[in-house]
Design a protein around this ligand. Structure first.
Ligand SMILES: Nc1nc2c(c(=O)[nH]1)N[C@H]1C(S)=C(S)[C@@H](COP(=O)(O)O)O[C@H]1N2
Ligand SMILES: [Mo]
Length: 318
């Protein structure tokens, strides 16, 4: 039986930010006291759960013409306000809770309706194509958004090498299931493991990004290391993190959020300001680190995907 935990509407973000600042302040005050007592440098102690692990630089990153010319969201916001329910339903907690998550060795199983069924080491996947920096807008269904310089390459690079069969019309992605490492999986907030699906033409669209880095560095654990999707024209939950399996199939896969609340989350989940979530409007969004809201754009502003959905009723296929 699934326990439904409602997502927090965007109207509550501001008060949460205040809460965080207060928490930071309290933690800082306690640490400063400890540092004074022991003589240990305060900087070495400051707020460990709010600091992302030092990440290695990625070499040879090329700029992409698919990037948005927009102000990037500060790294500290993108890495300290995360939806990653395997670690916590509190957005401020994955940064700390995922700190010791083991992302090596890591394999990805490619199976289903595909010619080259195989188990690939994540490092061999990362080397399949040249890394690109893609500055994308990313919009969470809860009303916040970010602009991130992701690093990766088009998912199509992996798919074409796997040689899907003609009957493969969809692709399903699965996150690691490891309740020992992922405390959130010991709670039935979602049916584990987290799964997501795309139609094959969506997965093959050049914008669909197979991602292993951000801000020029290896992806922090809380952002979905070692390998995640970034689907910039869809709500954030389609961008599945810490992928261990990619399965090709002829029927439409279910996804975790649709399984949990089918009236609230559909298969397509394209960003659409004209279709409200049953419990809140999707017309506006708030960029992390900014104060006022801005209007949300159809397909999150990625008009080049519109032809994928021509003739479809996007109210029905939400
Ligand atoms: N496995 C997994 N993937 C996931 C999630 C999750 O809880 N588990 N949350 C999704 C949601 S709702 C969003 S908004 C984005 C957040 O990505 P970010 O933390 O890098 O901003 O990840 C998505 N991918
Ligand atoms: Mo989200």
């Amino acid at each position: 039986m699934l326990i439904k935990k409602p997502e927090i509407p965007s109207s509550e973000i501001t008060s949460k930010d205040l809460y965080l600042n207060r928490r930071k302040f309290l933690a800082g005050a306690a640490l400063a006291g400890a540092a004074a007592a022991t003589g240990i440098a305060f900087r070495a102690l400051a707020s460990p759960s709010l600091t992302a692990a030092a990440n290695a630089k990625i070499d040879g990153i090329q700029k992409s013409g698919l990037s948005a010319a927009e102000k990037q969201t500060p790294y500290k916001d993108v890495t300290n306000y995360n939806n990653f329910y395997e670690f916590s339903t509190d957005k401020y907690e994955p940064a700390g809770a995922a700190k010791d998550f083991r992302t090596r060795p890591w394999t990805v199983t490619i199976d289903g309706a595909v010619k080259k069924k195989q188990v690939l080491d994540v490092d061999s996947i990362i080397k399949m194509a040249a890394p690109e920096e893609r500055i994308y807008r990313h919009r969470c269904v809860e009303g916040w958004s970010i602009v991130v310089p992701w690093v990766g390459f088009s998912l199509s690079e992996l798919i074409k090498r796997a040689e899907p069969l003609g009957k493969a019309r969809f692709v399903e992605f699965t996150t690691l299931y490891d309740p020992k490492q992922m405390p959130g999986q010991r709670v039935a907030v979602l049916k584990w493991p987290y799964v997501e699906g795309l139609r094959m033409d969506e997965a093959m669209h050049p914008l669909a990004l197979l991602c292993f880095g951000m801000y020029g560095e290896v992806l922090p654990n809380q952002d979905g290391a070692p390998l995640r999707l970034v689907m910039p024209w869809k709500y954030g939950f389609k961008s599945v993190k810490s992928i261990v399996r990619i399965r090709f199939t002829d029927d439409q896969p279910m996804n975790s959020w649709q399984l949990s609340a089918p009236n609230e989350y559909g298969f397509y989940s394209n960003v659409n300001p004209n279709v409200d979530h049953p419990r809140w409007s999707q017309a506006k969004e708030r960029r992390l680190g900014e104060f006022s809201k801005r209007p949300t754009l159809m397909f999150n502003g990625y008009d080049q995907v519109a032809s994928l959905y021509s003739g479809m009723d996007l109210k029905k296929n939400f």
